[in-house]
Design a protein around this ligand. Sequence first.
Ligand SMILES: NC(=O)C1=CN([C@@H]2O[C@H](COP(=O)(O)OP(=O)(O)OC[C@H]3O[C@@H](n4cnc5c(N)ncnc54)[C@H](OP(=O)(O)O)[C@@H]3O)[C@@H](O)[C@H]2O)C=CC1
Ligand SMILES: CC(=O)N[C@@H](CCC(=O)OP(=O)(O)O)C(=O)O
Length: 313
Amino acid sequence: MSVKVFIDGGAGTTGIEIHERLAGRADVDVVVLPDDRRKDAGARAEALNAADAVILCLPDDAAREAVSLIENTTTRVIDASTAHRTDPTWTYGFAEVAPGRRAELATATRVSNPGCYPTGFLALVAPLVRAGIVPADLPLSVNATSGYSGGGKAMIAAFEQPGVADATETGFRIYALSLGHKHVPEMQTHAGLAHPPIFMPAVARSYRGMLVEVPLHAHLLNGDVTAIRDAWADAYRDSPLVRIDAPIDSGAGSILTLEQCAGTDRLDLFAFARDGQIRLVAALDNLGKGAAGAAVQNLNLMTGLGETAGLRL
Ligand SMILES: NC(=O)C1=CN([C@@H]2O[C@H](COP(=O)(O)OP(=O)(O)OC[C@H]3O[C@@H](n4cnc5c(N)ncnc54)[C@H](OP(=O)(O)O)[C@@H]3O)[C@@H](O)[C@H]2O)C=CC1
Ligand SMILES: CC(=O)N[C@@H](CCC(=O)OP(=O)(O)O)C(=O)O
C-alpha cells in the first residue's frame, strides 16, 4: 500500500523539487491541487485531512494556517518553512544532528524541516559542541553563500527576468546587514550554543548550491583538527548523505565551489587547518539537503520507506 502525500505549496520552488523526487515512486501517492484551487482554504483543508503525510512548502504564515486546518490525529506533517523550527513541541527533522533523532522521526507527527543555512552550520558544529571540542560558550561566526533559488520564486524572478520588481544585475551580494536573520535562533538552539552566532549570508548568481563556513582558532578549542574529524566520523557513521573530506569537484584542488553538491542531496564537510587556524566548510544544495532532499529523507524515515529512497546521492 502506498503512502498518500499532499504537497501544500506544490507549485513553488521547493514543492516542485519534492515532487520530482517522489515522482514515479510506487510507495508514494502524491497529491497536488490544480492551479485554480491551490490557494483555496477549503480545498487545502480537504487535502490536508485526507493525506497520510503532508509537506508544507509555504511561507511561514501559510504554513501555520495549514497546520490549523488539520482536524484529525492521523495526518503527519513536515513543515519546510521557518515557522516551527524552534518549537519544542515539534521534532527538528535533521536525522544527523543528534543521536537517536532517526528513531524519534520514525514516530513523529509534527516535523520541522531544517533551514538550508542551519543545515550546513549544524552539521559542522553540533557534534563538536556535543563532544566538548567547541565550548558551548565560544562566540562563533558563520559565513555562507547560497544560490539564488534559496530566495524562492521571487528571487529567481529577480535574477532571471530583467524588469520585474527587485530585478538585479549583480553577481554577488551580502545581505542580512541588520543582523537578526531568521535562521540564527535555529542555529543557536540546535547547536546548544550559549550565544547566537554572527551570521553573514550572501547570494551568488548561480541557481543552486551552498557553502557554509565556520572559522575557528585552534587554541580556543578542546582538541585539534584530528579530534574534529574523529567527532564527525563518529556522528555521521550511519549517514548515507554526509561525506567527510570528500573529493573536491572543482578539479582545481584547493578551490571549493558553490556547486560542489548542486543537483544532489549530499552534504559534504571539510576541515582545513594550518598554524592554529581552522576553516570548517559545509557544501550542500540549498534545494537538496537544504530543503527538498531533507523533506523527502524525513518522509522516508517517518514512514519506514528507506532513508534514501528517491534521493540524489
Ligand atoms: N528555496 C529554498 O532553497 C528553501 C526554501 N525553504 C522554505 O520552504 C518554503 C517554500 O519556499 P520556496 O519554495 O522557496 O518558496 P516559493 O515562493 O518558490 O514557493 C512558495 C509557494 O507557496 C505558495 N503559497 C503562498 N501562500 C499560499 C497559500 N496561502 N496557500 C497555498 N499556497 C501558497 C506560493 O504561491 P505562488 O506560486 O502563487 O506565489 C508558491 O507557489 C519557505 O518557507 C522557505 O523559507 C527552506 C529551505 C530552502
Ligand atoms: C538566499 C536566500 O534569500 N535565502 C533565504 C533562506 C532560504 C531558506 O532556507 O529558507 P528558510 O528560511 O525556510 O530556511 C533567506 O536568507 O531568507
